[in-house]
Write a protein that binds this ligand. Structure first.
Ligand SMILES: [Zn+2]
Length: 316
């Protein structure tokens, strides 16, 4: 799809959103369909014999084993005091705007406290992170090394100061050379062994990866993947190479977007912010579908308590 067609696609308008998801009943029906597209399946015994509504408590009781469950139990929506309409509005705001929305802006739009908005946002970002966790990039890829929180490309590699967080970015292109999929991962450092392990997990073995001359990228070949290093000397000249045009352009957009929305994203939460950018980038061809697709993923993502959200993330 051409860039202009991506920018001018319809998306989901506010009236359309309200017509579809404006009431608690509509949200509950949508969530039920996302969670159980073939009809209710008991989370305890796995039977699809149906359920009896325990109306007084808002629960569903399995006809087979009598286990009681709720619509949100076992999903990212679990243990939340917020009405589903607020969750759906948050999903709308996270997916339909051009730029990422900060927790502060979300707080104002939803009329909730800042910790509530932060928790809501990071739970939905966790959904995005887990949804793409196991996907491999394939085809012709451009790859680059980046530091968040300091001077980025072109600095002495592998020697970032403690307040800089290293991450790698890889962009897969289609036959016309247009970018179709993105992965960004925080790494411990730009080391060959780490890049080899990363590439083995996230890059399909039939791919061709183009990087600059940074030594750690030789780890990609160690992982059994074809690797081409474009060595052009130092400085800005390397940035202009057409073989690596997209990864540089996209990283520029990532940095601008991150600085605009998050200012000082902490190292521990960076993987979720990167996952958010990646999720939106990879699905930008169908903006209107992004909300229900996020809803399906959310219904299949296990609960994530606030205390775990606040902890440092694992890498990758
Ligand atoms: Zn059951």
């Amino acid at each position: 799809m051409a860039k202009s067609r991506i920018q001018f696609q319809k998306g989901l308008s506010v009236p359309e959103f309200l017509a579809r998801y404006g009431t608690g009943k509509q949200c509950a029906d949508a969530l039920f369909g996302w969670r159980w597209p073939q009809g209710f399946v008991c989370p305890a015994c796995g039977h699809a014999d149906g359920y009896i509504e325990v109306k007084t408590r808002g629960l569903m009781q399995c006809k087979h084993c009598r286990h009681q469950t709720s619509l949100t139990a076992g999903t990212i929506f679990a243990s939340s005091k917020l009405p589903l309409t607020t969750w759906f509005l948050a999903m709308y705001l996270l997916t339909q705007q051009k730029n990422a929305i900060s927790a502060l802006a979300l707080k104002r739009h939803l009329g909730v406290s800042y910790p509530t908005a932060w928790s809501l946002k990071h739970k939905l970002l966790q959904v995005m992170l887990e949804r793409d966790a196991d996907r491999q990039l394939t085809g012709v890829l451009e790859i680059d090394d980046v530091y968040w929180g300091g001077e980025c490309h072109g600095q002495t590699p592998g020697r970032g100061s403690p307040n800089k967080t290293p991450f790698v970015a890889a962009v897969a292109k289609n036959h016309e050379g247009h970018p179709i999929a993105l992965r960004m991962s925080v790494v411990e450092g730009f080391r060959k062994t780490e890049l080899a392990a990363w590439a083995a997990k996230f890059i399909h073995p039939d791919s061709i990866v183009v990087s600059d001359g940074l030594a750690c990228f030789r780890g990609i070949a160690d992982a059994g993947i074809e690797h081409q290093a474009m060595v052009t000397g130092s400085g800005a000249a390397g940035v202009e190479l057409p073989e690596r045009k997209w990864v540089n352009t996209i990283l520029g957009n990532v940095k601008t977007a991150m600085q605009g929305t998050y200012h000082k994203a902490s190292r521990s939460h960076l993987p979720r912010y990167l996952a958010e950018f990646r999720y939106r980038f990879n699905r930008r061809f169908d903006l209107a579908a992004m909300l229900p697709r996020l809803g399906v993923a959310a219904a299949r993502t296990p609960p994530m308590p606030y205390r775990l959200l606040k902890l440092a993330e694992a890498h990758w």
